[in-house]
Write a protein that binds this ligand. Structure first.
Ligand code: 5GP
Ligand code: ZN
Length: 117
C-alpha cells in the first residue's frame, strides 16, 4: 500500500492543490514549477506515487520512457528544443530532492553550467 496522503505532488495530481497545469494524460501530468530556475521550468510527474528513482521497478520502464517522450514534446511547445534544455531528476538528499514523489525538471530558455553545483 502506497502512503500518499501527505504527498504534495499526489495532491497536485488529484487537483486537490492548484498548479499551472500544461499537460495531462492518464498516467502523467506536467505543471510549472512554483519557483522557476529558468525562463521555462516545468515539472513532469507520474500520477502514481513513486518516491524516487531508487524505488522504480522494471514495470515502470514504459512510464519513464513515456515521461521522456512528453519532455521532448513539451520542449518543442515551450520553444526550447532548438536552443537546448536540461531534463533533471534529483534523487535523495545529496542531489537535493525536496519532494518525495518522482519528478523530472524540464528547464530551458537560458544557458546552464556544467558541472552542476
Ligand atoms: P526537487 O528539489 O525535489 O528536485 O524539486 C522540487 C521542486 O518542486 C522545486 O523546484 C520546487 O520549486 C517545486 N515545488 C515545491 N512545491 C511546489 C508547489 O506547491 N507547486 C509547484 N508547482 N511546484 C512546487
Ligand atoms: Zn506522491
Amino acid at each position: 500500500m502506497e502512503i500518499t496522503m501527505d504527498c504534495l505532488f499526489c495532491k497536485i495530481a488529484k487537483k486537490e492543490i492548484p498548479a499551472q497545469m500544461i499537460f495531462e494524460d492518464k498516467d502523467v501530468i506536467a505543471f510549472r514549477d512554483i519557483a522557476p530556475q529558468a525562463p521555462a521550468h516545468i515539472l513532469i510527474i507520474p500520477k502514481k506515487h513513486i518516491p524516487g528513482l531508487n524505488d522504480i521497478t522494471v514495470p515502470d520502464e514504459a512510464l519513464l520512457g513515456r515521461i521522456q517522450s512528453i519532455a521532448k514534446e513539451l520542449a518543442i511547445k515551450e520553444k526550447i528544443s532548438e536552443g537546448g534544455f536540461r531534463l533533471v531528476l534529483n534523487t535523495g538528499s545529496n542531489a537535493g530532492q525536496a519532494v518525495a514523489h518522482l519528478h523530472y525538471h524540464l528547464m530551458g530558455g537560458r544557458k546552464f553550467k556544467w558541472p552542476p553545483g
